[in-house]
Ligand binder design. Structure first.
Ligand SMILES: Cc1ncc(COP(=O)(O)O)c(C=O)c1O
Length: 369
């Protein structure tokens, strides 16, 4: 049967047909196969190179004999732990299969087809895909000096604007907007416009005095997103969480798939939040690794942005140069992230790896250049 002909009868929405699907960082197995390599280093998806907290692994194993049952739909133990750690009421918390799943829930819960969303051109590609799939109009405001231009975003608001998506610190640039900048921005945003503050990299920046921790703002229109995928090393498990006013949480809970996250995920989240030693060790290793990248780029004369995350973005003069460098690194078994899909085709994002991985990467880069 020729399926392509028959599909025409279904009137599939134009935004879905035209949707550019999310392209994740290439996988280690894929590159091993394609280039016939035995060892491949992946520095493309901002995962934790150290692995997972041993407490989280134990908790997942201990939970396995319960997986014949459906999970607790309120994630009560995980929400209780989040409530304790962040000093926030359980009524303000939602959990799901990754913070990206919560972005989807927000878009399904609050948006009408006629609504408009605003974000930066040069931020998390996952949001672009979800907005396009939802079929709403998306305005992309250019970055200014590779930073979120909050003033220009506020100026882009119209009667139709329902939601603004901000990432702080931003991916892929790695920098953050400050308390002062955010305070000024809030004065310009009408209270009926939702603001998603995606803080996927919160753990890496939380010590900065001028970082505007979204939990310190009691505005009803702010929704915070955080994740266990980055600092906690649980990207493969899919656990994220969000904070919002209790009425929003109730609405989102109606729309969210009831049984996410699963039983091992909930157990892993609780244990990961209890393992301060693992987190602190990783954060310190990451800081050292970041400095190593800066040194390497300074020596090689590569322009880069200082980062408060677990990755560093470097800037080149053209997309061709980026394609050339990333392809040559792949041949040497090193996966990094070219940023065309993030609307920065002349830039590359590299995740800070283990010390030996960072060394191999910097040597290979020198070679390639
Ligand atoms: C800014 C940002 N938000 C969300 C995500 C996705 O997080 P999760 O794994 O929790 O869906 C990422 C992952 O790359 C990210 O960089």
């Amino acid at each position: 049967m020729d399926k392509s002909k028959n599909l025409n009868i279904f009137s599939i929405p134009r935004n879905i047909i035209e949707l550019e699907p999310y392209k994740p960082g290439r996988t280690i197995e894929e590159i091993k196969r394609e280039y016939g390599l035995n060892k491949v280093i992946k520095l493309a998806s901002n995962e934790n190179p150290l692995g997972v907290s041993p407490l989280a692994i134990q908790a997942m194993f201990a939970s396995i004999n319960q997986i014949n049952r459906y999970p607790d739909i309120t994630s009560s133990l995980l929400c209780a732990k989040l409530s304790e750690v962040f000093n926030i009421s359980i009524d303000n918390i939602i959990t799901a299969h990754g913070s990206e799943a919560i972005i989807q829930v927000i878009m399904r819960t609050f948006l009408l087809e006629t609504d408009e969303v605003i974000t930066a051109s040069g931020t998390f590609v996952g949001f672009y895909v979800i907005a396009q799939a939802r079929g709403v109009r998306m305005k992309l405001v250019p970055l200014k000096d590779y930073r979120f231009d909050l003033n220009a975003i506020a100026n882009a608001i119209t009667e139709k604007t329902k939601l603004i998506y901000l990432v702080n610190p931003n991916s892929p640039t790695g920098n953050y907007f400050t308390k002062t900048e955010f305070g000024e921005f809030l004065k310009l945003v009408p209270e009926n416009v939702l603001i998603i503050l995606d803080e996927a990299y919160f753990e890496f920046v939380k010590e900065r005095d001028d970082f505007p921790d979204s939990l310190n703002y009691s505005h009803n229109n702010i929704i915070t997103l955080r994740t266990f995928s980055k600092a906690y090393g649980l990207a493969g498990m899919r656990i994220g969480y969000g904070f919002a006013n209790p009425e929003f949480i109730k609405l989102m809970m109606k729309v969210k798939l009831p049984f996410e996250p699963g039983i091992p995920q909930q157990a892993a989240g609780v244990a990961a939040l209890s393992d301060k030693q693992f987190l602190d060790y990783y954060l310190e290793m990451n800081r050292t690794g970041r400095e190593y990248f800066y040194d390497c780029y300074n020596k090689l004369g590569i322009e880069y942005i200082k980062s408060d995350t677990n990755f560093v973005m470097s800037i080149f003069d053209s997309e061709d140069r980026v394609i050339n460098i990333t392809e040559k690194l792949l041949r040497k078994g090193i996966i990094v992230r070219p940023l065309k899909a993030f609307r920065l085709p002349h830039c590359i994002r590299v995740t800070v790896g283990l010390p030996e991985e960072n060394e191999i990467y910097c040597k290979a880069l020198q070679n390639v250049l």
